[in-house]
Design a protein around this ligand. Structure first.
Ligand SMILES: [Zn+2]
Length: 342
């Protein structure tokens, strides 16, 4: 098959001949129909999740959607023909966390799809059967590329922060690939939502979905009362700069929740016990999503509660130009490769 592989972490993927993958025991072979392109895949390619040269060459792409076309030893024939989405984390299924259904906390994590196993930047991928989640019928495969990360991650955020109808949710980085879906998932929970971003087109998209657009070019001068004078009860931070995180903790309402989602090394913001006590706010981390939440994300897209925002759908040959747009921050929502066109 022809697909993209990375030969050096931090290098550009190379379009080339790749040996056809075969499913091992407890694995399935997926014919990839579409694969999402977002900042996380660029992080993976950059070597930010692992830069072990022993993992190369590697097919990137964790947001893959496709059909099971072959099953390995020990996998039931019922999998054959199912449309599935990949679950990003290569979890063990057997540790205390996995048994509770918290696969993203797996104590024996074997890495990530697209980093430690080949992903969806090629037309076929072999994956452990527990790492593919069946999708409901009627979901378009390109639209479904938002499910495994861009929508599942916000579903987990709403659970972590307990977002409900009484909340006023500020989303920092609301026009980004995950942010624009976070806006919609929070709205689907009945919350009021404000979307913070810096470019006009992204702020327009935020408004179109029924959230209040807020320009956040300068956090130092941005007032906390962005909800007609009221402070947010939840701040979800997809930007993770010192400025954004400082604004989040200083602006959140008494008793509110600040949710961190970025993993840039070397960034920190001081939080004093005094302010935590007087304002009783919580600072939470939110890491990816559980497999159940991935299924819930699929239902949200199927029902129309969340509309996939995919700025560009391309044939495989155009992938590098989508990477450029993403790096420049010009892409609204995410990109996607449509393998069916090839
Ligand atoms: Zn585990």
């Amino acid at each position: 098959m022809k697909g993209y592989r990375i030969h050096a972490w931090g290098g550009e993927p190379v379009w080339e001949d790749i040996p056809d993958p075969r499913p091992g025991p407890e694995e399935v072979l997926v014919e990839v129909e579409a694969c999402g392109i977002g900042l996380t895949v660029l992080n993976c390619i950059a070597g930010n999740l692992s830069d072990d040269p022993g993992l190369l060459p590697r097919v990137p792409g964790h947001e893959l959607v496709g059909r099971v076309v072959e099953v390995g030893e020990g996998v039931g024939a019922g999998w054959q023909g199912l449309r599935v989405a990949a679950y990003f984390y290569l979890y063990c299924g057997d540790c205390g966390f996995c048994r509770k259904g918290w696969q993203q906390r797996c104590a024996n994590l074997a890495g990530w799809v697209g980093v430690h196993r080949d992903g969806g930047y090629a037309p076929y991928a072999a994956l452990p059967s527990r790492n593919v989640i069946p999708l409901p019928d009627g979901l378009d495969p390109v639209a479904a590329t938002v499910v495994p990360d861009a929508v599942a991650t916000p579903v987990h955020v709403t659970a972590r922060a307990g977002i409900g109808p009484d909340d006023r949710v500020a989303v920092i980085g609301a026009g980004g690939g995950v942010g624009i879906h976070m806006v919609q998932v929070a709205l689907s929970r009945g919350a009021k939502v404000a979307g913070l971003d810096v470019t006009e087109s992204k702020l327009e998209a935020v408004a179109e979905f029924g959230a209040t657009p807020v320009r956040s070019n300068d956090f130092a001068t941005l007032q906390p009362g962005i909800f007609e004078g009221d402070r947010p009860t939840v701040v979800v931070d997809f930007v993770g700069t010192t400025e954004s995180t400082t604004w989040a903790k200083d602006s959140v309402e008494t008793g509110g929740r600040v949710v961190a989602l970025t993993t840039f090394p070397g960034r920190s913001v001081p939080v004093s016990p005094r302010e935590l006590v007087f304002r009783e706010f919580s600072v939470l981390g939110s890491r990816y999503a559980t497999t159940d939440q991935l299924a819930e994300a699929a239902d949200l897209v199927l029902s129309g509660a969340v509309r996939p925002v995919i700025g560009r759908v391309v044939e495989p040959g155009e992938v590098p130009s989508v990477h450029e747009e993403l790096r420049a921050g010009r892409l609204l929502g995410r990109g996607a490769i449509d393998w069916r066109a090839s």
